[in-house]
Design a protein around this ligand. Structure first.
Ligand SMILES: Cc1cc2nc3c(=O)[nH]c(=O)nc-3n(C[C@H](O)[C@H](O)[C@H](O)COP(=O)(O)O)c2cc1C
Ligand code: SF4
Length: 421
């Protein structure tokens, strides 16, 4: 039995993403037509009912965010589609951008109409530059047919979409950093308050949503919230596109209903562990996510069930690691990533990452100092509590969860150290 579903991804492969005619032939833009016949508050009520949590990683309630954005005073507002997708092991937004760009445009128009914005910006990660022509064409064709631009479908509502590319920095996926980047400044997060919902891009009230979040909005407006909520569990309704990667036989972006277990994801959807090795660990939510051992593989993939075992849904990345990799080597590679991506603005992240890397190096070589594990844990906790932005706050998630779930991997190293060093 297939465990994957097609709600957000229902259009994949059904039309030519280079052609608006092809999109219109599968009932394209019916969500926009429906939404523009509704009031902003009606759409917000639907979004609240759907209980969609933002798919960018922070899981902020979408309906609540749209209600807040709509209530901020201002004649000029902005919607930003966060297509930075810089989290390692996350490629689900790419599947929407490449296979269903028109639905994303619909989601942005609906968001703009709901919160009272006139302009939308797609912030596309540099590595997706090959998708620029496709997205540009979708914007142009939508304007030519009157679905985008001034006086959309004669309703009096005007909305324009602009396409921006990042320069390849992971931190630019963070909302305020992304805004600095669009404004032409270097990619460093802003101090808050003021919050971007009140004072964001060009000092205007700004709504930032992930690609998948916006695509879901278009899908549930088109088909009805009930259709979306027939999937999932009461507390985690609906579906999620996951990015399954690492040591699985069938890696890929899959849409799943919330509630199936990690075992079903890894073995039924992913085909099991490559070369029939043993599962060692999985990391959920990209490099900034926590890791879990094979013993909790029967945990259902829902926000609350994962929270009970200390894991998060995050961006939906699921990285599978088998018994050929040592936990300590895995942690070291994550550490190197964060040293590279730290923007350097705050001390806990800039220095903390480097100091922890030195300790990791000693563990990798099998020569840790007696108090190294304690020191690394202390630095990691300082970073989680004191870093300026989410990058530094979550950079040590993997380390802290490894200490919880794989203490023996560090302990053995210390024994080895006593003998060898
Ligand atoms: C370091 C860092 C990188 C991030 N990268 C992304 C990203 O690539 N895409 C994304 O949608 N959100 C990313 N986020 C989360 C955004 O700040 C923001 O919460 C999200 O875009 C809001 O959209 P949502 O409510 O639809 O999830 C990142 C956050 C941090 C701290
Ligand atoms: S935590 Fe600090 S140094 Fe790290 S990316 Fe954020 S602002 Fe920059």
């Amino acid at each position: 039995m297939t465990k994957t579903v097609r709600f957000i991804t229902e259009n994949f492969g059904k039309y030519d993403p280079n052609s608006i005619d092809s999109y219109l032939s599968i009932d394209g833009f019916s969500a926009v037509k429906k939404a523009l016949a509704m009031s902003s508050s009606e759409i917000i009520d639907l979004a609240k009912t759907a209980s969609v949590r933002g798919r960018g990683g922070a899981a902020y309630d979408m309906g609540r965010k749209w209600a807040q954005a709509a209530s901020v005073p201002g004649d000029q507002k902005v919607v930003i589609c966060n297509a930075d997708e810089g989290e390692p092991c996350t490629f689900k937004d790419r599947s929407i951008l490449s296979k269903d760009p028109f639905r994303l445009i619909e989601g942005m128009i609906i968001a703009g109409y709901t919160v009272g914005a006139q302009n939308g910006y797609i912030y596309l990660r540099e590595e997706y530059r090959h998708l620029r022509p496709l997205i540009k064409n979708a914007i142009t064709e939508s304007m030519e047919r009157g679905y985008l631009g001034d006086n959309i479908l004669g309703t009096g509502f005007s909305f324009h979409i602009h396409l921006y590319s990042g320069a390849g920095a992971y931190v630019c996926g963070e909302g305020s950093t992304l805004i600095e980047s669009i404004e032409g400044k270097s990619g460093r997060p802003r101090i808050k308050p003021p919050f971007i919902k009140e004072c964001g891009l060009f000092q205007l009230p700004t709504l930032v949503n992930n690609v998948e979040t916006l695509a879901i909005a278009a899908a549930f407006i088109q088909h009805g919230v009930e259709d979306y909520m027939r999937y999932g569990t009461p507390s985690s309704p609906g579906t999620k596109i996951i990015s399954l990667a690492g040591n699985v036989k069938k890696p890929g972006a899959y849409e799943i209903p919330f509630g199936i277990t990690l075992r079903e994801i890894i073995y039924d959807i992913g085909g099991g562990i490559s070369d029939d090795h043993e599962l060692k660990l999985f990391q959920l939510g990209g490099a900034s996510g926590k890791i879990g051992p094979a013993s909790i593989i029967d945990t259902p993939f829902t926000y609350d069930d994962l929270a009970k075992v200390g894991l998060v849904v995050g961006s939906g990345g699921i990285l599978v690691v088998d018994d050929r990799t040592r936990v300590i080597d895995f942690l070291k590679s994550i550490q190197d990533f964060f040293i590279h991506e730290s923007c350097g603005k705050c001390t806990p992240c800039r220095e903390g990452n480097r100091q922890i890397a030195k300790i990791m190096d000693r563990f990798v070589k099998g020569c840790p100092k007696p108090d190294d594990l304690h020191t690394a844990e202390r630095f990691a906790n300082i970073m989680s509590n004191c870093a300026f932005c989410g990058l530094g706050e979550t950079a040590q998630s993997a380390l802290l969860s490894a200490i919880k779930y794989f203490p023996e991997e560090f302990g053995l190293m210390e024994v080895a150290a006593n003998e060898k060093c």
